[in-house]
Write a protein that binds this ligand. Structure first.
Ligand SMILES: *[C@@H]1O[C@H](CO)[C@@H](O)[C@H](O)[C@H]1NC(C)=O
Ligand SMILES: *[C@@H]1O[C@H](CO)[C@@H](O)[C@H](O)[C@H]1NC(C)=O
Ligand SMILES: *[C@@H]1O[C@H](CO)[C@@H](O)[C@H](O)[C@H]1NC(C)=O
Length: 193
């Protein structure tokens, strides 16, 4: 009899546990997953991407344009206060006609009021080439445009680049003082799964 009673207690315990778990899964908003078993993350790897950004400010088809500026921007040697939105093509070589790998879509604010030109950048690198088509890297950082190289932070990504972190080095390839158009070499180092 004591044995019977014990089994019943244990059964009742498991039933109530199952019941409680069912209630819990309907109401909870957060739960921990095992990254390896449930999320199926592969071992972490590092990808190096190299491409050239074409920043076209003037001409028939500008891909970067100012959208706002401070009343004092025109008198500032560093163009402090100007905000630019860009949708610059990214290609495999400095030639604009070479293979397109994606676009850099960004909001840049000229944010150095005293010395040197510096942009605060919020940028998504939106890739369209091969296996990377549809994947993005999100980049943040300070871009002192006269320094070579300069470095921005990769803060995340989507698609192939989920959970990405890393950095991007920028080097000015060409800058045309007359047109203000530039070609910038990007070396992105992204750690992801
Ligand atoms: C700054 O200069 C540009 C070009 O000369 C002009 O179009 C713009 O109106 C000026 N902006 C201000 C706020 O004075
Ligand atoms: C790219 O190709 C177009 C037309 O095919 C040509 O007009 C243009 O000069 C080329 N640009 C460069 C940088 O080679
Ligand atoms: C990238 O994917 C989109 C949508 O899936 C497709 O329309 C496009 O042709 C692809 N681009 C390249 C270069 O493969």
């Amino acid at each position: 009899m004591a044995h019977c009673n014990g089994s019943f207690t244990i059964l009742a315990f498991f039933f109530s546990l199952a019941f409680l778990t069912a209630i819990k899964s309907e109401t909870m908003f957060a739960r921990e997953l095992s990254a390896r078993d449930q999320f199926r993350l592969k071992p972490e790897k590092m990808t190096h991407l190299r491409f050239y950004l074409h920043d076209t400010v003037t001409g028939q088809h500008p891909t970067a344009m100012p959208v706002a500026q401070a009343a004092t921007t025109n008198t500032s040697a560093t163009l402090f206060g100007i905000v630019t939105v860009m949708d610059d093509p990214l290609t495999v070589s400095p030639d604009l006609n070479s293979t397109l790998v994606g676009r850099a879509q960004a909001i840049c604010a000229s944010s150095s009021s005293r010395s040197g030109m510096s942009l605060t950048m919020t940028m998504n690198l939106v890739f369209t080439e091969g296996a990377y088509n549809g994947s993005t890297l999100s980049v943040l950082g300070q871009n002192p445009i006269l320094k070579n190289p300069r470095e921005l932070t990769i803060v995340g990504g989507t698609g192939i680049f989920r959970f990405a972190r890393g950095y991007v080095q920028l080097r000015t390839h060409t800058f045309n003082i007359k047109t203000r158009n530039a070609i910038v070499k990007y070396d992105a180092y992204a750690s992801h799964y």
